[in-house]
Design a protein around this ligand. Sequence first.
Ligand code: SAH
Ligand code: MG
Length: 216
Amino acid sequence: MPAAPKPDILAAFEAAKGFMPVDEGLALYGAGVEAGELGLPLLEVGTYCGRSTLLLADAARQAGVTALTVDHHRGSEEQQPGWDYHDPETVDPEVGLMDTLPAFRRTLHKAGLEEHVVALVGRSPQVAKIWNSPLGLVFVDGGHTDEHATADYEGWAPHVAEGGLLVIHDVFPEPEDEFTGQAPYRVYLRALESGAFTETSVTGSLRVLRRTGAGI
Ligand code: SAH
Ligand code: MG
């Protein structure tokens, strides 16, 4: 049996705003628990309101490591007002821009997982540029343009330790299945072609790859 989160964490996951279905969440959790055994932090790109962060946080708690999560909290292109994935509740009325940080903090607090997470609030490439330590797992679930997905891969994949996991969300090999573009699929192909990663599991649009070589 693969590791599964406790019912209260699963309930918090299902109650949180976000875009990840349960089967993919369980796969992410399993990857987090496995990677946690390396004793290195687990890092997510794309916090949004903390739905997937909860699972990495619970996996990190089990392993005694820290979950890190990066987001500028101003939303991706497709989440802006007027777009399909917009949620008006995520807009800060005073500033007039999206701000998902308060919802994220509530999600974590309610689940009792605050102490296991460090939130990095900023643009992913800017944080990656000053990052210099190995990671047990990198979960790429940020912006879906080629510019963003490529920058996330180039900025974070090199920090995945040997034996660690690179998890990519929203990988849609068939153009007719995708909702927000195929940039994550292109990044996934690039990771495989680099020779540094080997696929270990596929669940819906979630791909788990293991770092088995150098070369990125
Ligand atoms: N992992 C979340 C969903 C993330 S949605 C879940 O499963 O619920 C994608 C998030 O990526 C958005 O919150 C958006 O603000 C963030 N994002 C997009 N481009 C970014 C960038 N360049 N730097 C930091 N965050 C970014
Ligand atoms: Mg996603």
